[in-house]
Design a protein around this ligand. Structure first.
Ligand SMILES: Cc1cc2nc3c(=O)[nH]c(=O)nc-3n(C[C@H](O)[C@H](O)[C@H](O)COP(=O)(O)OP(=O)(O)OC[C@H]3O[C@@H](n4cnc5c(N)ncnc54)[C@H](O)[C@@H]3O)c2cc1C
Length: 434
Protein backbone atom coordinates (compact mmCIF):
# COMPACT_ATOMS: atom_id res chain seq x y z
CA UNK A 1 0.00 0.00 0.00
CA UNK A 2 1.50 3.30 -1.09
CA UNK A 3 0.82 5.86 1.64
CA UNK A 4 3.21 8.68 0.68
CA UNK A 5 1.72 11.53 -1.34
CA UNK A 6 3.12 13.84 -4.02
CA UNK A 7 5.32 16.70 -2.80
CA UNK A 8 3.46 19.49 -4.56
CA UNK A 9 1.07 20.79 -1.91
CA UNK A 10 1.27 24.58 -1.67
CA UNK A 11 0.28 24.60 2.00
CA UNK A 12 3.18 22.30 2.90
CA UNK A 13 5.61 24.13 0.63
CA UNK A 14 4.75 27.44 2.35
CA UNK A 15 6.64 26.15 5.41
CA UNK A 16 10.32 25.51 6.09
CA UNK A 17 11.16 21.81 5.80
CA UNK A 18 11.37 20.04 9.15
CA UNK A 19 14.67 18.65 10.45
CA UNK A 20 15.52 16.01 13.04
CA UNK A 21 13.27 13.34 11.53
CA UNK A 22 13.54 9.99 13.31
CA UNK A 23 12.73 6.71 11.60
CA UNK A 24 11.77 3.55 13.42
CA UNK A 25 14.43 0.85 13.64
CA UNK A 26 15.01 -2.27 15.78
CA UNK A 27 12.47 -3.55 18.28
CA UNK A 28 10.69 -1.35 20.81
CA UNK A 29 8.28 -1.98 23.64
CA UNK A 30 5.76 0.57 24.77
CA UNK A 31 2.57 1.12 26.75
CA UNK A 32 0.93 3.08 23.96
CA UNK A 33 1.26 3.09 20.18
CA UNK A 34 -0.56 5.47 17.87
CA UNK A 35 -0.52 4.84 14.14
CA UNK A 36 -0.96 7.98 12.02
CA UNK A 37 0.26 11.48 12.87
CA UNK A 38 -2.40 13.73 11.38
CA UNK A 39 -4.85 15.87 13.38
CA UNK A 40 -6.26 12.73 15.01
CA UNK A 41 -3.02 10.97 15.96
CA UNK A 42 -1.24 14.11 17.16
CA UNK A 43 -4.21 15.15 19.24
CA UNK A 44 -4.50 11.63 20.71
CA UNK A 45 -0.79 11.64 21.58
CA UNK A 46 -1.00 15.01 23.34
CA UNK A 47 -3.97 13.92 25.46
CA UNK A 48 -2.44 10.54 26.30
CA UNK A 49 0.70 12.27 27.50
CA UNK A 50 -1.36 14.51 29.81
CA UNK A 51 -3.30 11.57 31.21
CA UNK A 52 -0.37 9.15 31.47
CA UNK A 53 2.74 11.27 32.00
CA UNK A 54 4.82 8.35 33.33
CA UNK A 55 4.05 6.00 30.44
CA UNK A 56 5.85 5.54 27.16
CA UNK A 57 3.96 6.72 24.07
CA UNK A 58 5.10 6.04 20.52
CA UNK A 59 3.55 7.83 17.53
CA UNK A 60 4.39 6.55 14.05
CA UNK A 61 3.61 7.77 10.55
CA UNK A 62 4.32 6.24 7.16
CA UNK A 63 5.33 9.64 5.79
CA UNK A 64 6.28 12.94 7.43
CA UNK A 65 3.95 13.78 10.30
CA UNK A 66 1.00 15.90 9.26
CA UNK A 67 1.75 15.62 5.57
CA UNK A 68 -1.23 13.39 4.78
CA UNK A 69 -4.70 14.86 4.35
CA UNK A 70 -4.17 17.02 7.43
CA UNK A 71 -1.92 19.43 5.52
CA UNK A 72 -3.58 18.90 2.17
CA UNK A 73 -7.10 20.00 2.90
CA UNK A 74 -8.97 23.18 2.05
CA UNK A 75 -8.69 24.65 5.53
CA UNK A 76 -12.37 25.01 6.48
CA UNK A 77 -13.06 24.48 10.16
CA UNK A 78 -16.74 23.77 9.76
CA UNK A 79 -19.65 24.39 12.12
CA UNK A 80 -22.25 23.09 9.66
CA UNK A 81 -22.14 20.95 6.54
CA UNK A 82 -24.61 20.52 3.76
CA UNK A 83 -23.48 17.53 1.74
CA UNK A 84 -21.96 15.73 4.63
CA UNK A 85 -24.70 15.95 7.17
CA UNK A 86 -27.90 17.69 6.24
CA UNK A 87 -30.12 15.43 4.20
CA UNK A 88 -33.58 16.71 5.01
CA UNK A 89 -35.43 18.59 7.69
CA UNK A 90 -36.89 15.25 8.80
CA UNK A 91 -33.51 14.24 10.15
CA UNK A 92 -33.24 17.20 12.49
CA UNK A 93 -32.16 15.18 15.54
CA UNK A 94 -29.32 13.46 13.68
CA UNK A 95 -28.15 16.69 12.16
CA UNK A 96 -28.24 18.40 15.53
CA UNK A 97 -25.95 15.71 16.97
CA UNK A 98 -23.61 16.17 14.05
CA UNK A 99 -23.38 19.91 14.58
CA UNK A 100 -22.80 19.39 18.31
CA UNK A 101 -19.77 17.32 17.35
CA UNK A 102 -18.58 20.06 14.95
CA UNK A 103 -18.95 22.60 17.76
CA UNK A 104 -16.86 20.47 20.12
CA UNK A 105 -14.29 20.06 17.35
CA UNK A 106 -14.08 23.83 16.86
CA UNK A 107 -13.61 24.25 20.61
CA UNK A 108 -10.73 21.73 20.63
CA UNK A 109 -8.91 23.52 17.82
CA UNK A 110 -9.61 26.97 19.30
CA UNK A 111 -8.25 25.87 22.66
CA UNK A 112 -5.03 24.59 21.08
CA UNK A 113 -4.58 27.73 18.96
CA UNK A 114 -5.13 29.97 21.97
CA UNK A 115 -2.97 27.98 24.37
CA UNK A 116 0.04 27.88 22.03
CA UNK A 117 -0.61 31.23 20.32
CA UNK A 118 -0.57 29.48 16.94
CA UNK A 119 -0.31 31.60 13.82
CA UNK A 120 -2.37 29.61 11.29
CA UNK A 121 -4.03 32.45 9.34
CA UNK A 122 -7.12 31.99 11.50
CA UNK A 123 -10.06 33.89 10.04
CA UNK A 124 -13.52 34.04 11.60
CA UNK A 125 -14.95 34.80 8.19
CA UNK A 126 -17.83 32.31 8.12
CA UNK A 127 -18.40 30.42 4.89
CA UNK A 128 -20.75 30.19 1.91
CA UNK A 129 -22.64 27.33 0.31
CA UNK A 130 -23.24 28.47 -3.25
CA UNK A 131 -24.49 27.30 -6.61
CA UNK A 132 -24.82 28.64 -10.13
CA UNK A 133 -28.09 26.71 -10.48
CA UNK A 134 -31.13 28.80 -9.57
CA UNK A 135 -33.11 25.64 -8.76
CA UNK A 136 -30.69 24.94 -5.87
CA UNK A 137 -32.45 27.71 -3.98
CA UNK A 138 -34.87 24.99 -2.80
CA UNK A 139 -32.04 22.98 -1.16
CA UNK A 140 -30.69 26.12 0.48
CA UNK A 141 -34.12 27.23 1.71
CA UNK A 142 -34.66 23.81 3.32
CA UNK A 143 -31.20 24.01 4.84
CA UNK A 144 -31.93 27.52 6.08
CA UNK A 145 -35.04 26.20 7.93
CA UNK A 146 -32.89 23.63 9.72
CA UNK A 147 -30.24 26.20 10.63
CA UNK A 148 -32.96 28.48 11.95
CA UNK A 149 -34.34 25.71 14.18
CA UNK A 150 -30.84 25.04 15.52
CA UNK A 151 -30.07 28.72 16.04
CA UNK A 152 -27.26 29.14 13.49
CA UNK A 153 -26.83 32.67 12.23
CA UNK A 154 -27.04 32.67 8.45
CA UNK A 155 -28.59 34.37 5.45
CA UNK A 156 -29.60 33.55 1.90
CA UNK A 157 -27.86 35.53 -0.81
CA UNK A 158 -28.37 36.05 -4.52
CA UNK A 159 -26.24 36.96 -7.52
CA UNK A 160 -25.62 40.66 -6.89
CA UNK A 161 -24.50 40.21 -3.30
CA UNK A 162 -22.51 37.07 -4.06
CA UNK A 163 -20.69 38.84 -6.89
CA UNK A 164 -19.72 41.68 -4.59
CA UNK A 165 -18.52 39.41 -1.81
CA UNK A 166 -16.73 36.79 -3.90
CA UNK A 167 -15.51 38.73 -6.91
CA UNK A 168 -17.16 36.31 -9.34
CA UNK A 169 -20.58 36.43 -10.99
CA UNK A 170 -20.64 32.63 -11.34
CA UNK A 171 -23.00 31.98 -8.43
CA UNK A 172 -26.74 32.69 -8.54
CA UNK A 173 -27.76 31.53 -5.11
CA UNK A 174 -25.93 31.06 -1.83
CA UNK A 175 -26.25 30.70 1.90
CA UNK A 176 -23.80 32.34 4.25
CA UNK A 177 -23.17 30.87 7.71
CA UNK A 178 -21.41 33.08 10.20
CA UNK A 179 -19.89 30.31 12.30
CA UNK A 180 -17.25 28.63 10.09
CA UNK A 181 -13.54 29.47 10.16
CA UNK A 182 -10.82 29.49 7.56
CA UNK A 183 -7.22 28.62 8.31
CA UNK A 184 -3.88 27.45 6.91
CA UNK A 185 -3.99 23.69 7.62
CA UNK A 186 -0.25 23.04 7.31
CA UNK A 187 0.59 25.84 9.75
CA UNK A 188 -1.88 24.43 12.25
CA UNK A 189 -0.63 20.85 12.04
CA UNK A 190 3.01 22.01 12.14
CA UNK A 191 2.28 23.72 15.45
CA UNK A 192 0.78 20.46 16.75
CA UNK A 193 4.01 18.64 15.83
CA UNK A 194 6.31 21.35 17.22
CA UNK A 195 4.56 21.38 20.59
CA UNK A 196 4.37 17.60 21.13
CA UNK A 197 5.13 16.82 24.79
CA UNK A 198 8.53 15.29 25.60
CA UNK A 199 7.29 11.86 26.61
CA UNK A 200 6.09 11.15 23.06
CA UNK A 201 8.50 9.44 20.68
CA UNK A 202 7.66 10.35 17.09
CA UNK A 203 8.88 8.11 14.26
CA UNK A 204 8.28 9.10 10.64
CA UNK A 205 8.69 7.53 7.21
CA UNK A 206 7.89 4.25 8.98
CA UNK A 207 4.99 2.35 7.51
CA UNK A 208 3.05 -0.21 9.53
CA UNK A 209 2.93 -3.33 7.37
CA UNK A 210 1.00 -5.77 9.56
CA UNK A 211 -0.21 -6.18 13.11
CA UNK A 212 -1.39 -9.07 15.27
CA UNK A 213 -2.77 -9.42 18.76
CA UNK A 214 -1.10 -11.91 21.04
CA UNK A 215 -2.73 -12.23 24.50
CA UNK A 216 -1.96 -8.93 26.27
CA UNK A 217 0.23 -7.39 23.63
CA UNK A 218 -0.12 -6.18 20.08
CA UNK A 219 2.78 -6.85 17.73
CA UNK A 220 3.28 -4.32 14.95
CA UNK A 221 5.72 -4.91 12.13
CA UNK A 222 7.03 -1.85 10.32
CA UNK A 223 9.28 -1.52 7.30
CA UNK A 224 12.43 -1.35 9.46
CA UNK A 225 11.40 -2.39 12.92
CA UNK A 226 8.87 -3.83 15.31
CA UNK A 227 6.86 -2.31 18.13
CA UNK A 228 5.24 -4.42 20.82
CA UNK A 229 2.58 -2.41 22.61
CA UNK A 230 -0.01 -2.87 25.34
CA UNK A 231 -2.53 -0.49 23.78
CA UNK A 232 -2.92 0.83 20.25
CA UNK A 233 -4.89 3.62 18.58
CA UNK A 234 -5.37 3.49 14.83
CA UNK A 235 -5.62 7.07 13.53
CA UNK A 236 -4.92 6.42 9.86
CA UNK A 237 -8.22 7.78 8.51
CA UNK A 238 -8.22 7.01 4.75
CA UNK A 239 -5.94 4.04 5.44
CA UNK A 240 -8.06 2.38 8.13
CA UNK A 241 -9.50 -0.05 5.62
CA UNK A 242 -6.10 -1.00 4.18
CA UNK A 243 -5.00 -1.98 7.70
CA UNK A 244 -8.10 -4.15 8.09
CA UNK A 245 -9.80 -1.73 10.52
CA UNK A 246 -13.59 -1.51 10.36
CA UNK A 247 -13.29 -2.66 6.75
CA UNK A 248 -17.00 -2.98 6.22
CA UNK A 249 -17.73 0.52 7.46
CA UNK A 250 -15.33 2.87 5.68
CA UNK A 251 -13.70 3.38 2.32
CA UNK A 252 -11.06 5.81 1.00
CA UNK A 253 -11.58 8.53 -1.56
CA UNK A 254 -8.81 10.47 -3.29
CA UNK A 255 -9.32 14.21 -3.68
CA UNK A 256 -7.24 16.67 -5.68
CA UNK A 257 -6.80 20.40 -5.22
CA UNK A 258 -4.92 23.21 -6.92
CA UNK A 259 -3.67 26.57 -5.71
CA UNK A 260 -2.87 29.63 -7.81
CA UNK A 261 -0.08 32.09 -7.25
CA UNK A 262 -1.16 35.24 -5.35
CA UNK A 263 -3.22 37.54 -7.58
CA UNK A 264 -1.35 40.72 -8.41
CA UNK A 265 -2.76 44.17 -7.57
CA UNK A 266 -4.30 44.63 -10.98
CA UNK A 267 -5.98 41.20 -11.03
CA UNK A 268 -7.21 41.64 -7.48
CA UNK A 269 -8.60 45.10 -8.20
CA UNK A 270 -10.38 43.78 -11.29
CA UNK A 271 -12.38 41.27 -9.23
CA UNK A 272 -13.33 43.94 -6.70
CA UNK A 273 -10.74 43.29 -3.94
CA UNK A 274 -12.90 40.83 -1.99
CA UNK A 275 -12.06 39.89 1.59
CA UNK A 276 -10.87 36.32 2.24
CA UNK A 277 -13.74 33.88 1.62
CA UNK A 278 -14.58 30.17 1.32
CA UNK A 279 -17.35 28.56 -0.75
CA UNK A 280 -18.58 25.00 -0.37
CA UNK A 281 -20.70 23.39 -3.09
CA UNK A 282 -24.43 22.80 -2.79
CA UNK A 283 -24.15 19.58 -4.84
CA UNK A 284 -21.80 16.90 -3.45
CA UNK A 285 -19.36 16.74 -6.36
CA UNK A 286 -19.21 20.50 -6.99
CA UNK A 287 -16.13 22.61 -6.33
CA UNK A 288 -14.85 23.87 -3.01
CA UNK A 289 -13.18 27.17 -3.74
CA UNK A 290 -11.38 29.65 -1.51
CA UNK A 291 -9.70 33.02 -1.68
CA UNK A 292 -6.84 32.83 0.80
CA UNK A 293 -5.42 35.50 3.05
CA UNK A 294 -2.66 36.30 0.55
CA UNK A 295 -5.00 36.41 -2.51
CA UNK A 296 -4.38 32.88 -3.77
CA UNK A 297 -7.31 30.86 -5.13
CA UNK A 298 -7.65 27.27 -3.97
CA UNK A 299 -9.95 24.89 -5.81
CA UNK A 300 -10.89 21.29 -5.08
CA UNK A 301 -13.25 19.79 -7.60
CA UNK A 302 -12.51 16.06 -7.84
CA UNK A 303 -13.22 13.10 -5.59
CA UNK A 304 -12.60 9.62 -6.87
CA UNK A 305 -12.11 6.03 -6.00
CA UNK A 306 -8.49 5.52 -6.85
CA UNK A 307 -6.24 2.49 -6.61
CA UNK A 308 -3.41 2.88 -5.72
CA UNK A 309 -4.41 5.95 -3.70
CA UNK A 310 -1.35 7.91 -4.77
CA UNK A 311 -1.82 9.57 -8.14
CA UNK A 312 0.70 9.44 -10.93
CA UNK A 313 2.05 12.78 -12.16
CA UNK A 314 0.17 12.38 -15.45
CA UNK A 315 -3.20 11.87 -13.71
CA UNK A 316 -2.45 14.78 -11.39
CA UNK A 317 -1.77 16.92 -14.46
CA UNK A 318 -5.18 16.01 -15.89
CA UNK A 319 -6.86 16.96 -12.62
CA UNK A 320 -4.96 20.25 -12.69
CA UNK A 321 -6.51 21.03 -16.09
CA UNK A 322 -9.95 20.38 -14.61
CA UNK A 323 -9.13 22.82 -11.85
CA UNK A 324 -7.86 25.42 -14.29
CA UNK A 325 -11.22 25.18 -16.08
CA UNK A 326 -13.02 25.53 -12.73
CA UNK A 327 -11.10 28.74 -11.99
CA UNK A 328 -11.62 30.06 -15.53
CA UNK A 329 -15.39 29.55 -15.25
CA UNK A 330 -15.45 31.74 -12.18
CA UNK A 331 -12.70 34.20 -13.05
CA UNK A 332 -12.54 34.38 -16.86
CA UNK A 333 -10.17 37.35 -16.84
CA UNK A 334 -7.38 35.68 -14.92
CA UNK A 335 -4.50 34.30 -17.00
CA UNK A 336 -4.38 30.62 -17.98
CA UNK A 337 -1.08 29.81 -16.31
CA UNK A 338 -2.00 30.95 -12.86
CA UNK A 339 -2.03 27.56 -11.07
CA UNK A 340 1.09 27.09 -8.98
CA UNK A 341 0.56 23.56 -7.72
CA UNK A 342 -1.78 20.58 -7.71
CA UNK A 343 -1.86 17.80 -5.16
CA UNK A 344 -3.91 14.86 -3.96
CA UNK A 345 -4.99 13.68 -0.53
CA UNK A 346 -6.93 10.75 0.89
CA UNK A 347 -10.08 11.00 2.98
CA UNK A 348 -12.23 8.35 4.54
CA UNK A 349 -15.97 8.00 4.00
CA UNK A 350 -18.77 5.91 5.38
CA UNK A 351 -22.06 5.16 3.71
CA UNK A 352 -24.09 7.52 5.90
CA UNK A 353 -21.36 10.16 6.47
CA UNK A 354 -20.90 9.09 10.07
CA UNK A 355 -17.59 8.79 11.87
CA UNK A 356 -15.68 5.92 13.51
CA UNK A 357 -14.90 6.27 17.23
CA UNK A 358 -14.57 2.90 18.81
CA UNK A 359 -12.86 0.29 20.93
CA UNK A 360 -12.65 -2.49 18.38
CA UNK A 361 -11.09 -5.09 20.69
CA UNK A 362 -9.46 -5.24 24.12
CA UNK A 363 -6.86 -2.40 24.14
CA UNK A 364 -7.40 -1.62 20.44
CA UNK A 365 -9.05 1.64 19.40
CA UNK A 366 -9.92 3.18 16.04
CA UNK A 367 -10.94 6.71 15.02
CA UNK A 368 -11.52 8.42 11.72
CA UNK A 369 -13.83 8.79 8.76
CA UNK A 370 -14.63 12.51 8.86
CA UNK A 371 -14.80 13.31 5.15
CA UNK A 372 -14.60 17.12 4.95
CA UNK A 373 -14.65 17.94 8.66
CA UNK A 374 -11.47 16.32 9.95
CA UNK A 375 -9.68 19.48 11.10
CA UNK A 376 -12.09 19.96 13.98
CA UNK A 377 -13.59 16.50 14.37
CA UNK A 378 -10.21 14.75 13.97
CA UNK A 379 -8.68 16.96 16.67
CA UNK A 380 -11.64 16.28 18.94
CA UNK A 381 -11.83 12.52 18.26
CA UNK A 382 -8.08 12.10 18.83
CA UNK A 383 -8.30 13.75 22.21
CA UNK A 384 -11.44 11.88 23.21
CA UNK A 385 -10.27 8.43 22.10
CA UNK A 386 -7.20 8.99 24.30
CA UNK A 387 -9.53 9.67 27.23
CA UNK A 388 -11.62 6.59 26.44
CA UNK A 389 -8.54 4.39 26.03
CA UNK A 390 -7.24 5.63 29.41
CA UNK A 391 -10.53 4.44 30.97
CA UNK A 392 -11.56 7.99 31.80
CA UNK A 393 -14.89 9.68 31.16
CA UNK A 394 -15.89 12.94 29.48
CA UNK A 395 -19.13 14.61 28.46
CA UNK A 396 -17.73 14.89 24.96
CA UNK A 397 -17.47 11.09 24.72
CA UNK A 398 -21.14 10.86 25.62
CA UNK A 399 -22.04 13.28 22.81
CA UNK A 400 -19.80 11.46 20.33
CA UNK A 401 -21.18 8.05 21.24
CA UNK A 402 -24.78 9.17 20.87
CA UNK A 403 -24.23 9.95 17.16
CA UNK A 404 -25.57 7.75 14.37
CA UNK A 405 -22.98 5.00 13.76
CA UNK A 406 -21.57 4.22 10.31
CA UNK A 407 -23.70 1.85 8.23
CA UNK A 408 -22.47 -1.51 7.03
CA UNK A 409 -20.96 -1.64 3.53
CA UNK A 410 -21.13 -4.66 1.22
CA UNK A 411 -17.88 -6.48 0.33
CA UNK A 412 -16.10 -6.12 -3.00
CA UNK A 413 -16.75 -6.19 -5.91
CA UNK A 414 -20.19 -4.82 -4.93
CA UNK A 415 -18.70 -1.99 -2.84
CA UNK A 416 -16.37 -0.72 -5.57
CA UNK A 417 -19.15 -0.91 -8.14
CA UNK A 418 -21.57 0.88 -5.83
CA UNK A 419 -19.13 3.71 -5.06
CA UNK A 420 -18.24 4.19 -8.72
CA UNK A 421 -21.90 4.33 -9.78
CA UNK A 422 -22.74 6.79 -6.99
CA UNK A 423 -19.80 9.05 -7.80
CA UNK A 424 -20.70 8.96 -11.49
CA UNK A 425 -24.28 9.96 -10.69
CA UNK A 426 -23.16 12.79 -8.37
CA UNK A 427 -20.64 13.99 -10.97
CA UNK A 428 -23.43 14.31 -13.56
CA UNK A 429 -25.65 16.16 -11.08
CA UNK A 430 -22.88 18.61 -10.27
CA UNK A 431 -21.52 19.01 -13.80
CA UNK A 432 -22.09 22.77 -13.97
CA UNK A 433 -20.68 23.28 -10.47
CA UNK A 434 -17.22 21.82 -11.06
C1 LIG B 1 -8.17 17.99 -0.72
C2 LIG B 1 -8.79 17.84 0.64
C3 LIG B 1 -9.62 18.84 1.13
C4 LIG B 1 -10.17 18.73 2.42
N1 LIG B 1 -10.83 19.79 2.95
C5 LIG B 1 -11.16 19.80 4.26
C6 LIG B 1 -11.61 20.98 4.90
O1 LIG B 1 -11.68 22.04 4.30
N2 LIG B 1 -11.93 20.90 6.21
C7 LIG B 1 -11.79 19.75 6.95
O2 LIG B 1 -12.10 19.76 8.15
N3 LIG B 1 -11.35 18.62 6.36
C8 LIG B 1 -11.01 18.62 5.06
N4 LIG B 1 -10.48 17.49 4.48
C9 LIG B 1 -10.39 16.27 5.28
C10 LIG B 1 -9.32 16.35 6.35
O3 LIG B 1 -8.09 16.70 5.79
C11 LIG B 1 -9.21 14.98 7.06
O4 LIG B 1 -10.46 14.60 7.54
C12 LIG B 1 -8.23 15.05 8.21
O5 LIG B 1 -6.98 15.46 7.77
C13 LIG B 1 -8.14 13.70 8.89
O6 LIG B 1 -7.07 13.74 9.80
P1 LIG B 1 -6.45 12.38 10.29
O7 LIG B 1 -5.35 12.69 11.22
O8 LIG B 1 -7.52 11.50 10.81
O9 LIG B 1 -5.93 11.69 8.97
P2 LIG B 1 -4.65 12.01 8.04
O10 LIG B 1 -4.26 13.41 8.05
O11 LIG B 1 -4.93 11.36 6.73
O12 LIG B 1 -3.52 11.23 8.80
C14 LIG B 1 -3.43 9.84 8.76
C15 LIG B 1 -1.96 9.50 8.76
O13 LIG B 1 -1.83 8.08 8.83
C16 LIG B 1 -0.66 7.74 8.14
N5 LIG B 1 -0.71 6.32 7.77
C17 LIG B 1 -1.55 5.70 6.93
N6 LIG B 1 -1.26 4.39 6.84
C18 LIG B 1 -0.21 4.16 7.65
C19 LIG B 1 0.57 3.02 7.96
N7 LIG B 1 0.31 1.83 7.40
N8 LIG B 1 1.61 3.16 8.83
C20 LIG B 1 1.90 4.35 9.41
N9 LIG B 1 1.17 5.47 9.14
C21 LIG B 1 0.14 5.39 8.26
C22 LIG B 1 -0.66 8.65 6.92
O14 LIG B 1 0.64 8.82 6.40
C23 LIG B 1 -1.26 9.94 7.48
O15 LIG B 1 -0.28 10.90 7.80
C24 LIG B 1 -9.95 17.55 3.18
C25 LIG B 1 -9.14 16.53 2.68
C26 LIG B 1 -8.55 16.67 1.43
C27 LIG B 1 -7.66 15.57 0.92
Amino acid sequence: MQVTNDNSCSWINDLDPRTNIKTLSNKKETEWLIIGAGFTGLSAARKLSQLNPEQKIILVDAQLAGEGASSRNSGYLVDTTLNDGFTSNKELENYKKKTEIYKLGINSVKKFVKEYQVDCDWNESGKYFASSKKEDEKILTDFSETLLKLGYEHNLLFKTDLTKKLGTSFYNVGLYTKGGFLLHPAKLIRAMIDTLPNNIELYENSSLLEWTKNRDSIICNFKNGQVVTKKIIFATNGFLKSLGIKSNYNFPLTLTASMTRPLNDEEFKFIGEPKEWGVLPVRPMGATIRMTKNRRILIRNTAEFCSPFKMSQSILKKRSIKQKIGIKKRFPNLPDNIIQSTWSGIVSRSRNSSQIFEKIDQNIFAVGCYNGSGIGVGTLFGEQIAIKASNEYSKEIETIESRTKPNWLPPNPFLNMGIKVRLFYERIRAKSEV
